[in-house]
Ligand binder design. Sequence first.
Ligand SMILES: NC(=O)C1=CN([C@@H]2O[C@H](COP(=O)(O)OP(=O)(O)OC[C@H]3O[C@@H](n4cnc5c(N)ncnc54)[C@H](O)[C@@H]3O)[C@@H](O)[C@H]2O)[C@@H](O)CC1
Ligand SMILES: [K+]
Length: 516
Amino acid sequence: MKVVSGEEMKNIDKMAIDKYKIPGVVLMENAGLKVVEEICKSLEKYRNKVITIICGAGNNGGDGFVVARHLKNMGIPINLYLLGNPANIKGDAKINYDIISKLNIEIGLLTTINILKKFSEHVNRSSIIIDAIFGTGLSRPVDGYIKQVIDIINTSNNEVISIDIPSGISADDGSVCGGAIKASKTVVFHLPKYGNIYYPGKDYCGNVLIKDIGIPKEVEEQFGLKGNLITPKYIKNKLKKRNGDTHKGTYGKGYIIAGSVGMTGAAMLTCKGALRSGIGILRLAISQRLNSILESSLTEVITVPLSETKTGTFSIADIEKIIKTMEDSNVVGIGPGCGKSREIEDLIRNILERTSIPIVIDADGLNALARRKEILSEIKSPCVMTPHMGEMARLTDLDIEYIKKNKIQVISEFAKKVNCVVVLKDARTMVVNPQGQVFINTTGNPGMASAGSGDVLTGIITGLIGQGLSTFEAAVCGVYIHGKAGDFAAQKLSEYSLNASDIVNEIGSVFKELLL
Ligand SMILES: NC(=O)C1=CN([C@@H]2O[C@H](COP(=O)(O)OP(=O)(O)OC[C@H]3O[C@@H](n4cnc5c(N)ncnc54)[C@H](O)[C@@H]3O)[C@@H](O)[C@H]2O)[C@@H](O)CC1
Ligand SMILES: [K+]
């Protein structure tokens, strides 16, 4: 499913109206009716049926007028408020405002401070509040009087249904612009907006319900929209049921370079992530001192013990052994827990110069690239990089705040420049390919923000590439599976108690569900 910015949605609406000749007022009517449907579902549980609707002067407010008219027709008692100047209401919203004005409905003008007391009483005496103040047209931070209105709604403890997006949330990045409505549910039209998906916007939306309002699918297809939500359907399409007539070689040979003294767990978790994702054969290059630990704990892995530096990190001295033992692999995963040293940088440079095997680079692998940026242009392999915000900042020399504000642009430019698939790990992890396609993941939870979680993801993506998925497909499937496994683990243990090993333990349940 596509995800759009406010501007993209406006263009889709405009094309549906101008080129496909669907009158805007029809779309608005459909939008209002979809909200009424949701109100009716909620209203069943209240004895007091009074509903308060607050409309802005734009088209979001227009949707609110449609809702008011239908509720009135249904005999449901309403309070209707306009937060804005009636003289500013135009187009389809004006048509609906004019209809409302002819009906026996009182419209409270929320333009003077005196009315706030009455408004507050109405809000507190209502069952449900309908937020039709601002939608995708929010153009500046809310302040002063409007903020007071939002605060009254938020402190009322009522059920709040937002139309399209909670008023005050940016449709483009989910940020709170001065203040925002905290909704119980949000009825979203046609496609989710980034603000319905990204945090903190998502937390303000409550339950997100995406509703068709009659815009033909082919309209959006004409815009080359870059944003996609990762859906189970996409993942199911990529994961094939296994044929009976196969052997371990069918499912790939992976090669992991991870861990160092003090970071044994990183190697372990990466390997377990790959094994649970179905890789046929897995080798682990590991420093000599750690070999016996890993041999005893990773029963299924073939270890390649290597010489090490004084501090127990990989040494460049054994580069030929690495290249030789790596040769027949069809995927390499490098970086988790490798430590920061000049030798790691040299090791990565050598590997990237001399191999064209698909490679997943994470953690200290990325830190090495950030310190030696000239290596970035030498990557010959199909490659996935899995930075978190801090690593992304180091790789691009941009500050984290700037990246957060311009996520899609920054990652897309970087992915194109280095010709790699980039997985930006965040509360909403995003996968971008050099062609600029963006896939946003919605599985996962805050319990996964703990040490080792990223190592498991590197393992999963490595495991999937080993089994024949492209780097992009493996990254998209990998982030979904990883998040879903985290969600299953959190259901069992709580977000507080979730550890990276618990994610590993739930990978199997995710595959079971996907392959049903
Ligand atoms: N034909 C269409 O375009 C359709 C639009 N729809 C609705 O229309 C919405 C978008 O409508 P609009 O583009 O008119 O925009 P909005 O209704 O979201 O808001 C625009 C109005 O709010 C004012 N405004 C923006 N930020 C403000 C702030 N911080 N403080 C005070 N005033 C502020 C603007 O000056 C303008 O008057 C969608 O979210 C959706 O709910 C739906 O009815 C479906 C059809
Ligand atoms: K709204």
